[in-house]
Each structure stands twice: as structure tokens, then as C-alpha cells.
Design a protein around this ligand. Structure first.
Ligand SMILES: C[S@@+](CC[C@H](N)C(=O)[O-])C[C@H]1O[C@@H](n2cnc3c(N)ncnc32)[C@H](O)[C@@H]1O
Length: 262
């Protein structure tokens, strides 16, 4: 019983475009205006929809993703922009040596939207992607903290009962055992285990930024993630400053965080 956008590429693409236009781009522009010729990279771009509002502003956009089906869709949906040389969608691991060689110090803005929580060893990853930035460049991160009700991404599961909140924070053997018992298929078990292994809290994320020599330019925590507007019709709600300020506890009540750093 995965949600509609997990099965329908066009729905997922449209949600990426709308969420980016109304929330991601305006948030980034609070600290970094997007203009003609601004160079933008989305790591984990999926179907490429997040880049559309940036393209509309005249930015030169690149997307990179490991998933061939999703990159093929990006190259199809945005074929006019690709043909015009305004966009490139690359089937690659961002860690590929030739990627770094081509793009070292190239980007004004790097976007990671719902991607950092899928990347192993974020302590190494963040300093690595910093090399792709121009000196005054900025990185946007938007992600659901691990301890939030659905931080295990259990909404992608096949069975409705597997979508219950919070039980993903149980020890791994118990959590994975429950998913197996419910009868989740192998591909879902692999996907959910991957999120378990790469889980990231707000505190660990902020420690990684500090260690990587990155300063927070802007941040917004949400009680209700803006993307829920498109997924469930729920209005986004910003987290209260009091909860935002309370370490650890805030993770349980914050469904999404946005940061720009540089
Ligand atoms: C949850 S999706 C997010 C897609 C899109 N940004 C969005 O907001 O809808 C995360 C994406 O990151 C990609 N990804 C994970 N590790 C990667 C890596 N090392 N290099 C490139 N892409 C990666 C995955 O293939 C996946 O498509």
C-alpha cells in the first residue's frame, strides 16, 4: 500500500516541481539569489522535477543520480532544456572520479533534497561535495530527521500496517524482523534497511556541518513537511522556536528540516 507517488512517475515529478517552486527555491533565495547563469547541481535528482523552477530562472542545471530509470525520465521530461544545453542529467555516482574532475569548484548551489538520509558515511560525503562548490557557493539540505514518526521511510512499504509511526527506531533486528513478519517484499526490505543504516538526526547533521567547516546560513524546521501538501493535502506548519531549540526531543516532532550552508 505504498503511496501514489511511489508508483506513478508523473505524480512524483509534479510534486517535485511544485514543492521546489513554492518551498525549496524561495528558501535558497533567502541567502543566494538564483539568476541567469547560476550553476546548480542536484545530487540524487531522481526525475529532475526539483530543477524546473531553477531552469525557469535561467540557471544552468545539472542532476546526478545512480538510478537509470529515474535519469531516463528526467532526460525525457526535460528533453527541450537538455537539447538547448540548459540542463544535463547524468547517470552517475556523485563519487565517480570523473565527476569530481569535471565539476571541482564549479557550482554556485548544490541541492540535496531528501537525499542525504540515503547516503552512507555522511561524515565523508559532506566534505567531499564541498569540493564541488565555488568559494561563495551554498549547499541546500532538506531531509526528514531519523526520529520523526516516519523517519524509517516506512511509508514506502507495501503493507498498510508496516506504515505505522515510530517503530523504525527499535533495534535493527527487531525492526527488520517485524517487516519480514508482515511480509514486506525483498526489494522493500533492502530499501528500508538502507535508510536504517544511513539514518541521520538533526544533531549528527549539525556536527557534520561544523566538522566540514560549513556555516549555517539559514535553517527552518517543520512540524509538517511542505511536501505533505502534495502527498496528503496537509498545510505545511513551521516548527515552534521553542521545540527547534531543544536538542534530541525536537527530532521526534520535526518531520523535515531545511538548511542552507556555505
Ligand atoms: C529519495 S530520492 C530523492 C529524489 C529527489 N531529490 C526528490 O526530492 O524527489 C534519493 C535519490 O538519491 C540517489 N542517490 C543516492 N546515492 C547517490 C549517489 N552516491 N550518487 C548519485 N545519486 C545518489 C538515489 O538513486 C535516489 O534517486
Amino acid at each position: 500500500m505504498a503511496l501514489k507517488q511511489h508508483k506513478d512517475d508523473q505524480v512524483r515529478y509534479n510534486q517535485q516541481v511544485d514543492n521546489s517552486r513554492n518551498y525549496v527555491l524561495p528558501f535558497i533565495e533567502q541567502t543566494k539569489p538564483i539568476k541567469d547563469g547560476t550553476t546548480v547541481l542536484e545530487i540524487g535528482c531522481g526525475e529532475g522535477g526539483v530543477m524546473v523552477p531553477f531552469l525557469e530562472k535561467g540557471a544552468k542545471c545539472f542532476g546526478v543520480d545512480l538510478d537509470k530509470i529515474r535519469i531516463d525520465i528526467a532526460n525525457d521530461y526535460l528533453k527541450d532544456e537538455v537539447a538547448a544545453g540548459k540542463a544535463e542529467f547524468l547517470l552517475k555516482n556523485v563519487y565517480d572520479e570523473d565527476f569530481l574532475q569535471r565539476f571541482k569548484g564549479y557550482f554556485d548551489v548544490i541541492v540535496l533534497k531528501d537525499t542525504i538520509e540515503h547516503i552512507p558515511e555522511q561524515e565523508k560525503f559532506v566534505p567531499y561535495i564541498k569540493q564541488l562548490l565555488k568559494e561563495d557557493g551554498q549547499i541546500f539540505f532538506g531531509f526528514p530527521p531519523w526520529y520523526m514518526p516516519f523517519g524509517g521511510h516506512q511509508q514506502v512499504a507495501e503493507h498498510k500496517i508496516a506504515m505505522l509511526p515510530y517503530y523504525h527506531i527499535l533495534p535493527k533486528p527487531i525492526y527488520m524482523g517485524i517487516l519480514k513478519l508482515i511480509g514486506e517484499p525483498k526489494n522493500k526490505l533492502i530499501e528500508l534497511e538502507e535508510v536504517y543504516d544511513t539514518r541521520i538526526s538533526i544533531e549528527r547533521f549539525e556536527r557534520i556541518l561544523k566538522k566540514s567547516g560549513l556555516q549555517v546560513k539559514n535553517k527552518q524546521h517543520y512540524l509538517l513537511n511542505p511536501i505533505y501538501k502534495y502527498k496528503f493535502g496537509w498545510k505545511p506548519i513551521k516548527q515552534t522556536p521553542i521545540i527547534t531549540a531543544v536538542p534530541f526531543v525536537r527530532n521526534f516532532l520535526t518531520t523535515c528540516v531545511y538548511y542552507t550552508v556555505g
